[in-house]
Every structure is written in C-alpha cells, then in structure tokens.
Design a protein around this ligand. Structure first.
Ligand code: ATP
Length: 217
C-alpha cells in the first residue's frame, strides 16, 4: 500500500443551518486551520431526525449557506442530504462519502459538543467511527452530559494526536477547544420574531436575504 496522501482528507460540518450564523462560519474557518484540511464542507440536512422540521425551506437554507461562504475558498457546501425527501441518517451520508473518496483518506465529521452529548441517539451510532473520525468542538453553555455507554465509547475511541488521525481513515474521537461565538439559530429566530437587532450574529448578506424573504417572522 502506498503512503496515504493526507491532503485528501475530507471534513464535514453538518447541521440544520436554520439559519446559518457567524458561529457556524467562524468555527468552520477555525476548523479548516486547526485540522489543516480544506475545504470544510457544510452539510445541511434535509429532514432532520432529532428535532422539529426547519422553518426555512431546503432551498432557502441552501441559499443562505451559499451567501455565507461566498468569497471564502476554505468553505464549501455538500448539498446531497438537503435534496433528500426521506430522513437523513448521518451514517448513510458517511457511507456515500466513503465510497466517493475511497478507503484510505481520513474523513472528519465535525460536531459541536452539544451534538456529541446526544450522539448515542443517532442511528447505528457506534458504527460511525467505522467511516470517520469524530471531531467534537466545545461549545459555550454546553457542558458534557454523556450517558455511561457514551462515556465508555468516547474513552475507548479518544485520540489527541491529530497527525496520527490524519494518517488513518477513521476510528477516533478527537475533542478540541476552539473559541466559539455564543450564537444559536434558535436565538436568532427568536430575535427576528421580536424584531430585535441581528447585528454581529449573521453575515450581512444573510440578514438581507432573511429580510427580503420575510423569514422567521
Ligand atoms: P438550533 O439553535 O436551531 O439548534 P444551532 O445554532 O445549534 O441551531 P445547528 O444547525 O443545529 O445550529 O448546528 C450545526 C452544528 O453547528 C452543530 O454541530 C452545532 O453544535 C454547531 N454549532 C451551532 N452553533 C455553534 C456556534 N455558535 N459555534 C460553533 N458551533 C456551533
């Protein structure tokens, strides 16, 4: 087997992005630098399995994502889940990505620590690391809340050696602390309902899009 070309590593940052906000963009940009992987692919889900349906349509969420990454070569969008009419299971998306990029390149599935807290409710969650490494980023206001089974699983998959991670395709949980903005889409939707200012929460073009389309009122 030839030496792995670690430049082929692929990083996915999934979410509902209802709407995408500056917290998402900052963390995606910082992840690209921290992991040394570009581009980071923002992957909006179509039909989320763990929460209420999004307020904005798939097309609107995609438009806002496109506006938010414009001019940033380190970010891209993976739009395959958002086109789906059936509920999205991350493991199926990872399987598809793995088939596309081959068996050797590392895949990083990047999630906030709030998402790691309940990853044990995901479909076939213990098999996720057969396809990827999980990168969990600490999120403000979201303390660790792991079930005993998840605690055990994290500690048996934990790695702190990023270089080694990049040389293997999958299998580990890597936790990192990157500075995050204390912003959430829920807070933004509430602010819009109450006609509060959105300054410093969203990219300007996304604010304009929301206003033009009268979203989240
Ligand atoms: P909501 O409030 O509707 O749940 P959200 O702001 O958490 O939305 P999501 O689209 O659900 O956004 O999140 C996508 C991913 O981004 C998740 O892994 C989440 O942990 C992460 N994330 C959300 N907000 C931030 C933030 N401010 N900084 C870094 N990561 C974030």
């Amino acid at each position: 087997m030839g030496k792995l070309d670690i430049s082929m590593a692929c990083a996915i940052f999934g979410g509902t992005f209802d709407p995408v906000h500056l917290g998402h963009i900052k963390i995606a940009v910082d992840l690209a630098e921290h992991l040394g992987v570009t581009p980071i692919a923002l992957m909006p889900c179509g039909k989320p399995t763990h929460r209420l349906p999004p307020v904005a349509t798939p097309l609107q969420r995609l438009d806002m994502l496109q506006l938010s990454i414009s001019g940033n070569p380190n970010l891209t969008i993976d739009d395959t889940e958002i086109g789906s009419t059936t509920p999205n299971f991350t493991i199926n998306s990872l399987d598809r990505i793995r088939s596309r990029i081959g068996s050797e390149a590392a895949i990083f599935l990047c999630i906030g620590s709030d998402t790691l807290n309940h990853i044990d409710s995901w479909y076939k969650w213990t098999e996720l690391t057969n396809y990827c490494h999980i990168v969990a980023i600490s999120r403000p206001g979201s303390p660790k809340k792991y079930s005993p089974q998840l605690t055990e699983w994290i500690s048996s998959h934990r790695s702190i050696d990023l270089r080694k991670l990049k040389e293997s395709p999958a299998g580990c949980v890597y936790q990192c602390e990157l500075s995050m903005l204390n912003i959430s889409s829920t807070k933004i939707r509430q602010k819009i309902k109450q006609n509060e200012t959105l300054q410093q929460l969203l990219p300007k073009k996304v604010v304009n899009y929301i206003q033009t389309n009268n979203l989240y009122k």
